[in-house]
Design a protein around this ligand. Sequence first.
Ligand code: TYD
Length: 210
Amino acid sequence: MSGAFITLEGGDGSGKTTQAGLLQAWLEEQGRTVVRTREPGGTELGIEIRRLVQHTEGHVAPRAEALLYAADRAQHVATLVRPALERGEVVLQDRYLDSSVAYQGAGRELDGTQIRDLSLWATDGLLPHLTILLDIDPAAGRERMAGRADAPYDRLEDTGLDFAERVRDAYLALAEAEPTRFAVVEASGSPDEVHARVVSPVRAMLDTRR
Ligand code: TYD
């Protein structure tokens, strides 16, 4: 069976983690071996980079932030993602290069094309077979986050709603630019309702890769 690389993207509070869990269970029911992972932090080195980029006190210059995410991604793809795909497994990943384009490109107002090129260099050009964009109004996303008792401290979440709006708009523009790679899923509703919307593009993509 050929491997498949699925990424989940979306703003804070869009429900990626919940949907990743439901989708992993569904994929396993289909008989697939799933490697569930995330960025930043999917490798040992990545855990250290995650700590640096998210918890450093004081200012991290936007370009430094972009390079840290790219370094995490390079290590992750080389040591975990590509080997799993070569074994024919499904890699189900919370965030990938589109996060960098949306957060560092649009959010931090760096050049989105350069940020994308940096990630493509870091990963030797690896793009997902399918990217699910969980789209939610940023204000609704923040409300969901506020209800989460375990919400970790995250420097980016200190940013304002205008930041979150820029991130959302950038994601939607990315989806429009690459309609065959992206599936935009309305992320409001119950976990099961959203899961049903997520499954159909996944099923379609897997059918084309049999
Ligand atoms: P995390 O705590 O993993 O939670 P979630 O993915 O559920 O939001 O937070 C990851 C943060 O890192 C999130 O605020 C977005 C940010 N991020 C970037 O800014 N650029 C990137 O390339 C990636 C992968 C993440």
